[in-house]
Design a protein around this ligand. Structure first.
Ligand SMILES: [Zn+2]
Length: 108
């Protein structure tokens, strides 16, 4: 998601980046995952760049700059994108597991 905010383009190109480019990227990922037989889940990306992947502390100030993440809760230092990618992966895992659990009835 962050690409939208990071990539700077000349004005006429911004509209395209917001609309069809991202819709097309989404379609392409869905198509490619299906073809390869790879499971695909969508997650809410909100606050993934402000949340600490180690302790879960959420603070806007955790994200020091474009590259640097320093947790105000536990002090962990990480690359901002790497930290955010862990949060996205964790959310993806939760969505995936929730879907599986809902299909498989619990046995007492
Ligand atoms: Zn932390």
């Amino acid at each position: 998601k962050g690409i939208r905010n990071r990539v700077r383009l000349r004005k006429p190109q911004r509209v395209a980046l917001h609309s069809w480019a991202f819709a097309q990227l989404g379609d392409f990922i869905v198509y490619t995952a299906k073809r390869a037989g790879v499971p695909l889940v969508f997650v809410d990306p909100a606050y993934t760049s402000q949340t600490c992947a180690e302790c879960g502390h959420v603070d806007k100030r955790n994200r020091v700059d474009q590259e640097l993440f320093i947790c105000r809760g536990c002090g962990v230092v990480a690359h901002a994108d790497r930290n955010a990618s862990h949060n996205i992966a964790t959310r993806g895992g939760s969505v995936w597991n929730a879907g599986r659990e809902s299909r498989v009835p619990a046995t007492p």
